[in-house]
Write a protein that binds this ligand. Sequence first.
Ligand SMILES: NC(=O)C1=CN([C@@H]2O[C@H](COP(=O)(O)OP(=O)(O)OC[C@H]3O[C@@H](n4cnc5c(N)ncnc54)[C@H](OP(=O)(O)O)[C@@H]3O)[C@@H](O)[C@H]2O)C=CC1
Ligand SMILES: CC(C)=CCC[C@@H](C)[C@H]1CC[C@H]2C3=C(CC[C@]12C)[C@@]1(C)CCC(=O)C[C@@H]1CC3
Length: 279
Amino acid sequence: MEKVILVTGANSGIGLALCERLLCEDSRLQLCLACRNMQRAEAARSALLTSHPDAHIDLLHLDVGSVRSVLHAAHKVKARYNRLDYLYLNAGIMPNPQIDIKAFFKGLFSSNVVKMFATAEGLLTQQDRVNKDGLQEVFATNLFGHFVLVRELDSILCQAGQTSRVVWTSSSNARRSAFSLEDVQHRLGTEPYASSKYASDLISLALNRHNNSQGLYSSVICPGLVMTNLTYGILPSFFWTLIMPIMYLIRIFTHTFTLTPYNGAGALSPWIRGQSITV
Ligand SMILES: NC(=O)C1=CN([C@@H]2O[C@H](COP(=O)(O)OP(=O)(O)OC[C@H]3O[C@@H](n4cnc5c(N)ncnc54)[C@H](OP(=O)(O)O)[C@@H]3O)[C@@H](O)[C@H]2O)C=CC1
Ligand SMILES: CC(C)=CCC[C@@H](C)[C@H]1CC[C@H]2C3=C(CC[C@]12C)[C@@]1(C)CCC(=O)C[C@@H]1CC3
């Protein structure tokens, strides 16, 4: 039986590079690209087929920021496949990011400089908004939609005699102090991204506690700082290109500067790392 792998947010950045790397590892697997924009999904599929012409690549319409879309997509997945070996929860957003320039220069001359570059602690804020479901958009997209997806797919993720794995694309920016149980959606704060990523780390732990006995294992992985549409939303691409030599210098001090989607995606596949997931 060929492995079935579903990747959310597969049409660009780390998600697309992950698909490429997975196909390089095993071109026979059944890959399902779950994307909110079908045109971009088609383009990603074509790009993957260029390098892997015989690959089995399906498309699935999924807007993880919409509960209705998630329920509909989960229904389709269950109708299409009778197993799901890997579920990569990768789609994510960081809307309207703002860098605190003062904090950046203060951090630059402090003993916390390496940590600042690795985690962006104290450097970044975002402006969130309420979506059509009445949820905070960052929470809904990065966490809640994915959580609903896992719950809805439990009949094919938790099957007797079979092991399935859920892999969350988390972040070194995940921070406990940004998350509060009294405000899980981060309605009141200015770091919804850090909060949502910390919450995904917690959910992953809870999933392991509840589902390991049924053969479902969850992991969180930070791909490092990678140049993608997400980071081009923080600083324009020409600026990143300009500071690239500095970035390679910083890379000597922090392994988190993976920089390319290909490198970042390398952390996400246990086959690529040549390791099995340990819980
Ligand atoms: N880049 C980095 O340095 C880091 C990124 N990450 C995480 O990696 C993941 C991938 O991000 P990255 O590749 O960098 O950024 P990209 O913006 O390139 O990719 C994000 C992907 O998520 C999709 N997406 C966003 N919102 C939704 C939605 N509502 N429904 C379905 N798909 C959606 C995007 O689709 P569309 O093209 O339609 O917008 C896109 O395919 C994210 O979870 C991010 O938080 C973690 C650590 C560092
Ligand atoms: C000289 C130089 C490299 C300047 C860039 C400063 C900041 C823009 C970056 C320093 C640490 C970065 C970082 C991220 C974004 C850009 C920085 C704040 C992330 C928050 C991007 C998304 C993540 O999930 C984690 C990253 C941590 C590090």
